[in-house]
Design a protein around this ligand. Sequence first.
Ligand code: GLP
Length: 260
Amino acid sequence: MRLVVKKDYNEAARWTADYIVEKINKHTGPGPFRLGLPTGSSPLGVYRELVAMHRAKKVSFADVVTFNMDEYLGLPADHPQSYHRFMWDNFFSHVDIRKENVHILDGMARDPEAECEAYDREASEGGFDLFLGGVGQNGHLAFNEPGSSPRSRTRVITLTADTRTVNARFFEGDADKVPEKALSVGMGTVLDAKEVLIIITGYNKARALKAAVEGGICQMWPISFLQTHPKGIIVCDGEAVEELTVGTLRHFRGIEGISP
Ligand code: GLP
């Protein structure tokens, strides 16, 4: 695992966007670059940077295929808090991605299980060059809540009370308004990607970062499954490292060529 420690959120976002752009620009195929994408506040800075780099003609998304991680069950695509809306408002509408190359789970699918199976099949057939993610305070990745299997595939998930409480900020502060279920790619779906890059910033993610880096591999911290990935990268900021030991920080800073 690589742990890249940046000074603050903006630097972490810039580093992540540069990394993604380099991967897209160096991609030679076969086929388009396949990218897994998250929602939430963590990737907002990355999307902002990617849009700026696109406007500066440093990157094109015309030959990029995206799959989003998750969607709330029961929210239509045009709901203000749907992940469809989030992605189009914050990223897709501002770049040259082709609509047919965007994949987001349908929260209104008549048969959500069938929707998940079909989505997983399509995602897995082409695989992923890179899966970008964030992490929940309880260590969830996408909506893989604690207890998720490392081999889980795209499925319907019941959200935990703590996740609904944390996400209440997007639903007028009312946890009861947060949908009880979501559709989410599985841990196995994400871990099959050639590379997995997770952004972890802020004091409120310090426990999750500690579990991801220093804890044992454990289903109660799904983010810890990243330790089993051959090319897992965590990009974090000075706040998120709060709970790491000095030795751990020194170790990873040394590897990245930064003085401890
Ligand atoms: C949500 C999403 C996750 C996201 C996480 C963290 O519940 N399903 O994909 O990574 O919360 O969100 P944030 O980045 O806003 O802290």
